[in-house]
Design a protein around this ligand. Structure first.
Ligand code: GLN
Length: 242
């Protein structure tokens, strides 16, 4: 690892890594290396301090109890907040997304404070759990092709005025508020309900994270035939009638 390695931090793999979310780390690493970048990957367990010097932080989903433990430890640690103040990029999935907001309902049915890095608040949905394939248009400002992913959550996430919806669902529930929004972002902090793992299904999102981290507008092209085949397969699955 050299001093100018891209530092990719995988936050709490022991608590937050459901439905293959670890794949997001592998995809970011691979796409960075394909561009000739030196990558330092740091897997930070929940009993270790979060480094503040990371460039990209990835956070996965989790069941309700690990989600509460992760929120408690991240609040106590405080370094993720500091890293974002330093300009770090954060990409979070499902439970990780809820933790980045103001609060969510924990496994004890109580309001659990989040980190306040995204202007979102999650409640517990009264209806059926949101489970299934999702197909959505990503916010046009981000210039990305449609999003595909797999959702599985009970939480419903409401966006405040400073959070922009990450995407608008054509199939699936997304934030679960009934307005069709999926995920949220603000500047360098992103949250989505998409598992999949989402960056394997949508490698252009991994490239967006790399471009933000490197502060560049474009990256050298890669051979994406494998990814496109996977995307095509998952989009077709999402469009199958239930
Ligand atoms: N426990 C949360 C919910 O059900 C998050 C689930 C997940 O990360 N898949 O809303």
């Amino acid at each position: 690892m050299s001093d100018n390695s891209l530092r990719v931090v995988w936050v709490y793999p022991d608590l937050l890594s459901t439905y293959g979310d670890q794949g997001n780390v592998l995809v970011v690493e691979r796409r960075a290396r394909q561009r000739g970048l030196d990558v330092a990957r740091l897997d930070v367990r929940s009993d270790q301090p979060i480094p503040t010097s990371g460039d990209i932080y990835l956070i996965g989903g989790g069941e309700d109890r690990p989600q509460r433990l992760a929120a408690e430890r991240l609040r106590r640690d405080g370094h993720l907040y500091q890293a974002v103040q330093n300009g770090a990029i954060v990409f979070s999935v499902c439970a990780g997304y809820q933790i980045l907001g103001h609060e969510f309902i924990n496994d004890l049915g109580q309001r659990e404070p989040g980190l306040g890095l995204l202007d979102v608040t999650s409640t517990r949905g009264e209806g059926e759990r949101c489970v299934g394939d999702v197909f959505a248009d990503i916010d046009p400002r981000l210039g990305l092709p449609p999003l595909t992913g797999f959702e599985n959550h009970q939480g419903v996430t409401h966006l405040g005025p400073t959070a922009r919806p990450f995407a608008q669902v054509k199939i699936g529930k997304g934030n679960g508020t009934g307005d069709g929004t999926e995920g949220a972002y603000n500047d360098t902090v992103f949250g989505t309900y998409m598992h999949g793992p989402v960056l394997a299904r949508n490698p252009q999102i991994a490239d967006l994270l790399l471009k933000l981290a490197l502060d560049v507008n474009a990256l050298p092209p890669t051979d994406d035939r494998w990814y496109e085949a996977l995307r095509g397969e998952r989009i077709a699955a999402a469009q199958q009638p239930a």
